[in-house]
Design a protein around this ligand. Structure first.
Ligand SMILES: Cc1ncc(COP(=O)(O)O)c(C=O)c1O
Length: 359
């Protein structure tokens, strides 16, 4: 397995980052090294937030690693997977020189981070076919090699298209791009999907990284906890590029509680409800006049094309239901993305569209 270090920006390969007060291995009883307050804030009953947190809270890191089936050193905790995307682009792409591959229509943060970094953007559109939107892995490989991409972002399940990419395809791509590019598999919606995680490829390919988050299936979007999982070398580089104390203690505590065995059991039950509702909604929506196409989905949302998308959007709004307008996205000028809600919320979607059928 070849090292991933040559893919890191040359000027950052031995970058030490910020040495925070918490990263010093010192022992003592009276801690006066970080200009913290000697007293707790009145709102902070147990004084849990008085001191700067550990940069990678060990208990949370260990639990996340256990949940995702990897070693703690293979995983970096950050402020949502959004931060992980940003760190990857910053650590690998030399501004004004390197490039990323994206597969539009797709989640927008890959391009936002690339633009902020001054990285080129290579677009290899998803192909809209009978099975739904699929990633053209051959075209991705060709484009990445021909145009010198450092990062390839694969979104699986894809937001907003809903399709997942088979692991064999990801494996072949990682193999072809070894020494050239890092393949990042964004599994923000992995819990709702059928297939195995791309973390199963990490042992064989140093140029694979996987993104996971507590924002979706785990219902902790406001806690802002996401992870990048990859080889230990890559994780160490990314940590050195990260802000000194990225995981607030109240968020780490909440996340740890949200990953207890009892909480996980309930999360699994809710994922099962979402998967059932996803099928129910898919068939019910497809029968509504004015619905052109409902794409099969492996996520907690459905992408729907309408004859009159504006009418559908307004009908939903009039019923108090807000969905995501996708019409500005490439290939989606008639589409809305509807998140799967509770059964009652989904009924409300159906009734709004049924009582106000689009022409
Ligand atoms: C595909 C995908 N990746 C990553 C994210 C970012 O999630 P977070 O930063 O909340 O972990 C989202 C959010 O919608 C997403 O859809």
């Amino acid at each position: 397995m070849s090292s991933v270090l040559p893919l890191v920006r040359p000027d950052l390969r031995d970058f030490a980052g910020y040495k925070s007060a918490r990263s010093e291995a010192l022992r003592g009883e009276v801690w006066l090294n970080a200009n913290e307050s000697a007293w707790a804030n009145p709102a902070d009953g147990q004084g849990r937030s008085r001191r700067y947190p550990d940069p990678q809270p060990p208990a949370l890191r260990a639990r996340l690693a256990q949940v995702y089936g990897v070693a703690p050193e293979q995983l970096l905790v950050g402020r949502g997977s959004d931060e992980a995307i940003d760190l990857l682009v910053r650590a690998l792409c030399v501004p004004g020189q390197d490039a990323i591959v994206v597969t539009p229509p797709v989640f927008g943060m890959y391009v936002v981070c690339a633009r902020l970094q001054g990285a080129r953007i290579i677009e290899v559109p998803l192909v809209d076919g009978d099975a739904g939107f699929v990633a053209d892995l051959d075209a991705i490989r060709e484009a990445a090699l021909a145009q010198g991409a450092k990062l390839v972002f694969l979104c699986s399940p894809s937001n907003p298209a809903g399709s997942a990419i088979l692991l064999d395809g990801i494996k072949a791509l990682a193999h072809a791009l070894e020494g050239h590019a890092l393949v990042v598999v964004d599994e923000a919606y992995g819990e709702f999907a059928d297939g195995a995680s791309a973390t199963t490829l990490l042992g064989a390919y140093a140029n694979v990284a996987v993104l996971r988050t507590l924002s979706k299936a785990h219902a902790l979007a406001a806690a802002r906890i996401g992870v990048v999982i990859g080889g230990t070398e890559l994780v160490a580089v990314l940590q050195r590029c990260q802000a000194p104390y990225p995981v607030p203690t109240p968020c780490a505590d909440l996340a740890l509680e949200g990953l207890s065995n009892t909480a996980l059991e309930q999360t699994r039950e809710r994922v099962a409800v979402v998967r059932r509702e996803r099928e129910r909604l898919l068939y019910a929506l497809a029968r509504i006049p004015g619905v052109r196409r409902v794409y099969p989905s492996q996520g907690n949302y459905l992408l729907v094309r309408f004859d009159d998308p504006d009418g559908a959007f307004r009908a939903l709004l009039a019923a108090g239901v807000v969905v995501r307008d996708q019409r500005a996205a490439p290939q989606l000028d008639d589409a809305l993305r509807i998140t799967i809600g509770s059964p009652e919320q989904n009924d409300r979607v159906l009734s709004a569209l049924n009582t106000n059928p689009t022409p």
